[in-house]
Design a protein around this ligand. Structure first.
Ligand code: C2E
Ligand code: MG
Ligand code: MG
Ligand code: MG
Length: 291
């Protein structure tokens, strides 16, 4: 009897496993040709000064638009891309496209190159032997100043990687590109490790921001992160700001920058450029109505 149940369970498991393996293989095959078929696109979310509301940067976020399946979010294909190594060509495309966008941003705002674009990069990508060389070549090809590009890496990228990764980070920074530590607080590094890494900007993970209103401990953690970061001359961005209350509290805690749905969702470049322009007019005290 037990054997029978066991067998039956195994059969069900087999079917489910078969389907998921098949689905994965199909997805991998489609993802393999996504770049060639021009199915990837970037959206951009504004990063703003929480004290003045000036837009100081844009974070690029990749989306996969297949003709048959519709829109796939990064969480549903970036992990597979990382496992299969497809993140290398995909990441190369993202970098290329983001640099092209910087050119467009500058053309839309002649004379000001004060807004930078942040690109998320994976461990696999950054560990490629020619990563730094490619990065420099891409910047040069698009005539982009290094100061206008930032790379976002996660804590786990640093913590789980061999020693060599820190040297790699130094090489990137020597190019003049700034490094952001993404999703801070979710990985295994501790605040006391922070000074060992060449990080310019620290992004407090969304989970802390979303919990700060209901749990005082989270607010204390955010406060501690901001204080320590400032002592290390590191700028702080709060991710995932959704309410006016969160924003005003972060302002009181002297957080530097923020991003989140309250200010703007990620949008295609043209739409985000319109927001940048509208915002600049408002802050300059010009009337936006009727333009
Ligand atoms: P991330 O870098 O931490 O990006 C922030 C994510 O939070 C984005 O999700 C963004 O849309 C979302 N978000 C921003 N503000 C809010 C908010 O107020 N509330 C909520 N609930 N969410 C908010 P998205 O675009 O789905 O990206 C997810 C993750 O995928 C990114 O997390 C990043 O780790 C990865 N990713 C995105 N684009 C790339 C890429 O080009 N390369 C690599 N390697 N990873 C990428
Ligand atoms: Mg990011
Ligand atoms: Mg993040
Ligand atoms: Mg996050």
């Amino acid at each position: 009897r037990a054997k029978f149940t066991g067998k039956r369970c195994l059969a069900v498991f087999d079917d489910a496993m078969h389907a998921s393996v098949l689905k994965r293989l199909q997805m991998e095959a489609s993802l393999r040709s996504a770049v060639k078929h021009d199915e990837l696109r970037l959206e951009y979310q504004p990063i703003f000064d929480v004290q003045t509301s000036h837009i100081v940067g844009l974070e690029s976020l990749v989306r996969w638009q297949q003709p048959s399946t519709g829109l796939t979010q990064p969480m549903d294909f970036i992990p597979l891309a990382e496992e299969t190594g497809l993140i290398v060509p995909i990441g190369g495309w993202v970098l290329e496209e983001a640099c092209r966008a910087i050119g467009e941003l500058n053309a839309a705002r002649p004379g000001s190159q004060d807004i930078s674009i942040s690109v998320n990069v994976s461990k696999r990508q950054i560990a490629e032997p020619d990563f730094v060389e490619q990065l420099g070549a891409t910047l040069a090809r698009h005539d982009v100043h290094q100061r206008q590009l930032n790379l976002e890496i996660t804590e786990s990228l640093i913590m789980d990687s061999p020693e060599g990764i820190v040297d790699r980070l130094h090489e990137i920074r020597k190019l003049g590109v700034r490094l952001y530590m993404d999703d801070f607080g979710t990985g295994h590094s501790s605040l006391s490790c922070l000074h060992r890494f060449p990080i310019d900007v620290l992004k407090i993970d969304r989970s802390f921001v979303s919990t700060m209103e209901t749990n005082d401990d989270y607010e204390s953690i955010i406060h501690a992160i901001i204080t320590l970061a400032h002592n290390l001359n590191t700028t702080v961005i709060a991710e995932g700001i959704e309410t006016a209350q969160q924003l005003s509290r972060l302002r009181e805690l002297e957080c530097d920058l923020g991003q989140g749905y309250l200010f703007s969702q990620p949008k295609p470049l043209a739409e985000v450029l319109a927001i940048v322009r509208q915002h600049e007019q408002q802050l300059n005290g010009e009337t936006v109505v009727g333009r």
